[in-house]
Design a protein around this ligand. Structure first.
Ligand SMILES: NC(=O)c1ccc[n+]([C@@H]2O[C@H](COP(=O)([O-])OP(=O)(O)OC[C@H]3O[C@@H](n4cnc5c(N)ncnc54)[C@H](O)[C@@H]3O)[C@@H](O)[C@H]2O)c1
Length: 501
């Protein structure tokens, strides 16, 4: 297919359909929209027109272009009016039966070479195409909300999709300014699959009482550079939607433990705590404004505890922070000192006992993080208040915030980041997307500060492997087993982004 203006049909004029209509209208195509609910397409046209007018007001769009684009959006009273379309994109209700019958009916209407694309986020593209006479013309075309701003679309060939259909969709979408990534027809495709790490590990951490929802979010935001933590994000998308995606990806991957949903979700759903849309989720909202919960108070000043710092590559940096704060540093882990460890993948109990240290005097400082805004202090179940509060005060002395968490193999950040990297490695191992395409797609689709494979390379594949193996051996939970992609690249000293076949 060339890149000259086309006739694009959009079926379903809801949140996604509207965005898809806007994208194609702005790219200069003729768009025909149909929705089964009377009046829905007209409402969609009014909304899209309003958004385009705002662009004119901001001088992003010329007034004459606006008129042409409005002219190009046509409301259809029935499917037969889509007869002349080159491509039809479906964005109706997420129901396999409904999508199958729509595609079956569309085939009766459109020309033999018309491409039929589905915006499904969780159904199998091959199943949607199953009732079609020409399943080779059917592909997944997965946009993200809001479509004009989320500049990525996944193209998902079903088992029978013709390669020419994938190429044509890629050309069509990239000409709109969006990037594309080709992902295989597997649960969650690429981007929703990759998103599992942040959510599911965030929940595991809360389930284990390591930290509460808000503390996990603060750590991921302030120390790891994420725009939002997992619980803020779920409040935005709605737990009713995210909860279903979690369950569906887990079931479709035959109950793979890496994607295990949380037992905390059903009660929250039953109570209607969906997030922003219900005014209450993990946070409460005043209108659209999130009410930030108070952070735990600083402990009252206590007597100064001498500090011993264990081995670790950031020891000098930590020593400097403590010295600046006026700490008395001791050379040996003597009985009066608070013992500060910086473990990778271990909890404080395990690290202290391995080193033959007194766990009641031991605390951990997470060595993975940026330490400028917020520092994370971890305690064993028997760490004394004296050791905990003494180190807390020193970490806070320069103005940084301190998050105190309970014992956890890999703190919060190491667990979540190792899980994100491991799942991206598994996506590469399963050939769901090419390694080179994974990071750019995830950066745009999930808004992460770096692509997960790049992040893994930065931390070191060997270190990520060590964190996962250590957590797996401490917890016995197979969700932490390392992907073979990660293991082999760590062993061979290769970049995680390197495709080898
Ligand atoms: N909302 C998101 O963030 C998001 C993101 C990516 C993909 N998706 C997928 O996009 C699709 C649409 O989602 P949405 O959020 O826009 O839903 P929505 O409920 O906002 O809109 C769906 C529209 O389809 C219409 N419709 C339902 N059945 C129809 C039929 N048989 N024929 C014609 N019109 C019909 C409805 O009247 C409604 O206007 C779903 O498959 C969803 O999984 C949604």
């Amino acid at each position: 297919m060339d890149t000259t203006p086309k006739i694009i049909g959009v079926v379903g004029a809801g949140v996604m359909g509207r965005g898809i209509v806007q994208l194609f209208a702005q790219a200069g195509h003729q768009v025909r929209m149909f929705d089964a609910r009377a009046g829905a397409s007209a409402e969609a046209k009014v909304i899209v027109t309003g958004l385009l007018e705002r662009l004119v007001a901001k001088n992003v769009l010329k007034a004459e272009t606006l008129a042409a684009q409005i002219e190009n959006m046509r409301i259809c009273g029935g499917l037969p009016e889509l007869a002349g379309c080159d491509v039809v994109v479906e964005a109706i209700v997420e129901d396999l039966g409904a999508k199958q019958s729509l595609f079956h009916e569309l085939e009766e209407v459109v020309a033999g070479e018309t491409i039929l694309a589905s915006n499904t986020s969780s159904l199998t593209v091959s199943a949607i195409a199953a009732l079609c006479k020409k399943p080779e013309r059917v592909a997944g075309l997965h946009f993200f909300n809001p479509v004009p701003l989320m500049k990525i679309a996944e193209i998902i060939p079903g088992i029978r999709t013709a390669p020419s259909v994938v190429d044509a969709l890629r050309l069509l979408i990239e000409a709109t300014g969006h990037k594309t990534v080709t992902a295989s027809d597997q649960p969650g495709f690429l981007i929703n699959h990759a998103g599992r790490g942040l959510y599911s590990e965030g929940f595991r951490i809360v389930e284990e009482q390591v930290a509460d929802f808000a503390a996990v979010d603060r750590i991921m935001r302030d120390c790891c550079g994420f725009r939002m933590g997992p619980f803020e994000l779920m409040d935005l998308t709605g737990l009713d939607v995210s909860g279903k995606v979690m369950q569906s990806i887990f079931e479709q991957f035959q109950q793979e433990p890496r994607y295990r949903p949380s037992s905390l979700v059903p009660a929250r759903l039953a109570a209607g705590l969906f997030g922003r849309k219900t005014g209450e989720g993990f946070y409460t909202y005043s209108g659209t404004q999130k009410i930030e919960p108070d952070e735990p108070a600083m402990p009252a000043a206590s007597e100064k505890t001498p500090i011993w710092i264990g081995e670790g590559e950031r020891r000098t940096e930590l020593l400097h922070i403590f010295q600046q704060a006026g700490a008395q540093i001791v050379a040996q882990p003597d009985a009066a000192a608070a013992l500060v460890l910086m473990p990778w993948g271990e909890d404080i109990t395990t690290a202290a006992l391995r080193l033959g240290l007194d766990a009641s005097a031991a605390v951990g400082v997470d060595p993975l993080l940026h330490w400028d805004k917020r520092r994370v202090l971890m305690t064993s179940p028997i760490t004394s208040a004296l050791a905990r509060d003494g180190v807390h005060a020193l970490l806070a002395a320069g103005g940084a915030k301190v998050e105190v968490i309970a014992d956890s193999p890999g703190f919060v950040s190491q667990r979540v980041i190792a899980m994100i990297v491991n799942i991206a490695c598994e996506i590469a191992q399963r050939g769901i997307a090419r390694a080179a395409e994974i990071d750019p797609a995830i950066r745009i689709g999930l808004g992460y500060p770096a692509g997960p494979l790049e992040l893994g390379d930065k931390i070191g594949a060997g270190r990520i492997l060590h964190i996962l193996e250590t957590i797996e051996s401490i917890t016995g939970d197979p969700r932490y087993r390392p992907s073979l992609w990660l293991r082999r690249r760590a062993m061979l000293g290769l970049s995680l982004q390197r495709e080898t076949r």
